[in-house]
Write a protein that binds this ligand. Sequence first.
Ligand code: FAD
Length: 494
Amino acid sequence: MSTAQATSSRLLRTGDEYLRSLRDGRQVFIDGERVKDVTAHPAFREAARSIARLYDIAADPANRELMTFASPKTGAPVLRAYQIPKTHADLKARRLFHEKWAEATFGLMGRTPDHVAGFFCGYAGAPEIFAGGGQKFADNVVKFYERMRDEHLYVSYAIVPPQIDRSKPAHKQSDPALYAGVVKERDDGIVISGAQQLATGGPLSDWLQLACIHPLQPGDENYANAVCVPIDAPGLKLYPRRPFALGARNSFDNPLSSRFDESDAYVVFDNVFVPWENVFIYRNPEISRDQWWKTPSHLLGNHQAQCRYVTKLRFMVGLAQRMNEMTGNVAAPPVQVMMGELAALVSIYEALLHSHEATATIVNGVLWPHRTTLYSAMAMQSELNGRMLEMIRELAGGAFITLPSSLADLESPQTAPDMERYMRSASTDAKGRVALMRLMWDFIGSEFGSRHQQYEKFYGGASFLVKMNVNRYFDWKRATGLVDQALKLPAVEN
Ligand SMILES: Cc1cc2nc3c(=O)[nH]c(=O)nc-3n(C[C@H](O)[C@H](O)[C@H](O)COP(=O)(O)OP(=O)(O)OC[C@H]3O[C@@H](n4cnc5c(N)ncnc54)[C@H](O)[C@@H]3O)c2cc1C
């Protein structure tokens, strides 16, 4: 694989370098055929360019302080997404980085390179957890983190077992190589076979992390691994869901699906060899569990996810406000009440994000975002995201539907006069109105928009699991202490 290995470690990676590096031997399949070049294929081309723009933003000398810090190893500027936070200022600097990138995609690409970067910062910030399996594993994970950081690597991940038969543990499936696990140990490494879900951004990334966040049972040791493999590793196959970009007619009619369809890929390992240096956990269910909860990895990765989500929420209410202005409803009191409720929900998410930072605590020299606040935001996202979208649908009435069939209606001499006369709005001409409504439909109602609702519900796992995390970490002692105090109040005279 070429990737950023070709890039001098003194230089930041540019968008062009990133795009060139994707032209390798990766096996990505669409409609039964292997994609020759993801940077040229209409299913992935524009999403790849959107990621390339992120690298250009980070490499822009005008953004040097905002987007980079000096690599502790080489002194060269590297992305702040790889900065292990030691202070509250460091964590804020990470947020500003994430927000800058999220704004460039309107929060519509969830697994940009800064997502898994957060997980590896968390691993490298607590290597002793990996050392539980042998010091070499701790050394491997730290070295890989440094490599990601210094070579500006984009790593995607697949950390959930497939839904083939959830009534049985991995080792009791009909074929032991159905779920991704180790099938052979060699002197120089291990061989992995089986499937894992769901590598968002996989076809656009440099490397894939395979790990397991689901609880494993005794007997599941072969599935309790954490490794990284280059996307073009022999035997690694990516099967993305149907790409929405392929259904986009043009960037006017499908402004978001044409640009930001990051892809979600089912991953198949067909005897993929992984050298020991890229193995971080090997046949160890306990460490496989602890990598998420006894390191700040899950917190730092999901801190990025919340920075991205809050940016998307701002975009969402901005769309609703522009729609109300356009229809002339912006001053109507019932509309103002609904917009106030939407703004309140967005403000709650903004406040929770700031709270993860403000109440973050230092553990062994590394700042961990506050668990209860972060997991509370994620736990309720599953319900509140849908509620917010429903409110916008309520505000819209038929606005998304009373639209011409395509841009061609606005341009054809036969139809343009009617379009110009009847499709205009109180605040814009016909083209401006239709452009805004197309944007909103792609956000809410198109297949791209619908996938986003599923993403917000499940990107961090099913909400019952996230709620169990809140239950685990909430300060029950303080809450029940109040109850005990009330029960001990001295009697008063009636
Ligand atoms: C668009 C999208 C992108 C994603 N991107 C990634 C990615 O990049 N990398 C990655 O690794 N993962 C990713 N995920 C998340 C991941 O793959 C899973 O979808 C997620 O963790 C939920 O797990 P699951 O699909 O197995 O659902 P399950 O955990 O099976 O949950 C589905 C539903 O089953 C029910 N259920 C299951 N078990 C129980 C139980 N014990 N008690 C009560 N109810 C239960 C609940 O109703 C639950 O809501 C993504 C998911 C989506 C939707």
